[in-house]
Design a protein around this ligand. Structure first.
Ligand SMILES: Cc1cc2nc3c(=O)[nH]c(=O)nc-3n(C[C@H](O)[C@H](O)[C@H](O)COP(=O)(O)OP(=O)(O)OC[C@H]3O[C@@H](n4cnc5c(N)ncnc54)[C@H](O)[C@@H]3O)c2cc1C
Length: 302
């Protein structure tokens, strides 16, 4: 299946960031194709929080409501597919998909998110987004006053511990090996009665994703209600890098304050290009990218 249709913009990723950009572009009568593979990063989470008007709603319900709202605009098209490669053409770009389609566009917007790499700790993946969480703003209130573990070391662990200490008075940092804190950091953690456990974790014992207790390699066990973790991640799509887009040191797509990547005509928004990982930020950056793309197309055509 090949398409001769030339879109003004192809958006890769039809979750919160991509749909937010599509809304701005659809309302400007731009011809846009959204390609989405249906793998939102929060798909295992029962409730999303900290997003105004939708606090506590299921993440899938928010995405579906957004999709229905956005696809009312007649110049927007959607396909369920995976974009597998992309290259530059004389007038823009061509994107190929897993189902064998090929689509052309003048501009590209990557709203493709990031892929969390689950550590090889039994129970971790099953609890991810349910009781093993990434962010106190999204899930901290629900676990307030519960015994809480922070699975991290160094500055990341210190930062999370400082935020979580306002939500629970029983906080332990699990460093999975030698703790890496300065003397001052240790003093401040001690002052807050935050325990540091260096013993390696053997398993997160859970029931349907809800942590019951943690078991350690030395045979010890400890009960916790919640675990914070910051797993390693990779870009969900490797097309931007193949096109020449630069990454930042932590692995995000490098964008300027207008969501433009380092390759002309290629934009990025949402989790793939920003450290502030929230639906609100994905919607914000998508909205900005949509407006900037429309402005760029206008300047080229007007
Ligand atoms: C477990 C968990 C729980 C969270 N809970 C909350 C919460 O309660 N509140 C909150 O505000 N935030 C929460 N977040 C953060 C929030 O989910 C993300 O910030 C947000 O989903 C980012 O939106 P996005 O559109 O950038 O990426 P995503 O929502 O991850 O969507 C990316 C989309 O791109 C598609 N895609 C990727 N590559 C391709 C390709 N090559 N071709 C086609 N499609 C592609 C994917 O299938 C997916 O649909 C949570 C995150 C996680 C991981």
């Amino acid at each position: 299946m090949k398409s001769s249709k030339n879109y003004e913009v192809i958006i890769i990723g039809g979750s919160y960031a991509g749909l937010s950009a599509a809304l701005a572009l659809g309302r400007s009568l731009r011809h846009v194709l959204i390609i989405d593979s249906g793998m939102r990063c929060n798909r295992q989470t029962p409730h999303a929080h900290n997003f105004l008007t939708q606090d506590g709603e299921a993440p899938g319900a928010i995405a579906e409501k957004a999709r229905q709202e956005v696809l009312k605009y007649e110049t927007l098209e959607w396909i369920d597919d995976l974009a597998v490669s992309g290259s530059k053409t004389e007038n823009g770009f061509v994107i190929s998909t897993q189902q064998g389609a090929e689509f052309n566009s003048q501009k590209l917007l990557f709203a493709s998110g990031i892929k969390d790499i689950m550590p090889e700790i039994p129970g971790f993946a099953a609890c991810w987004g349910i009781s093993v969480v990434h962010c106190p703003y999204c899930h901290g209130y629900e676990f307030r006053n519960q015994r809480t573990a922070i699975l991290a070391n160094g500055p990341r662990a210190f930062h999370l511990a400082s935020l979580v200490s306002n939500l629970s008075k029983e906080v332990s940092i699990l460093t999975m090996g030698k703790a890496n804190f300065s003397e001052t950091e240790r003093e401040r953690l001690n002052r807050q009665h935050i325990e540091i456990i260096e013993e390696k974790l053997a398993e997160i014992v859970h029931e349907n994703g809800h942590v019951k207790y943690l078991s350690f390699k030395d045979g010890g066990e400890k009960t916790f209600g919640a675990v914070y973790a910051a797993p390693e991640f990779v870009q969900s799509s490797d097309i931007p890098v193949a096109l020449g887009c630069e990454l930042t040191e932590p692995g995000f797509l490098k964008v300027n304050n207008m969501q433009a990547t380092t390759v002309p005509g290629v934009y990025a928004c949402g989790d793939n290009s920003g450290m502030l990982r929230s639906i609100a930020n994905a919607v914000y950056s998508g909205n900005l990218a949509g407006a900037v793309l429309n402005k760029e197309l206008t300047e080229e055509q007007f």
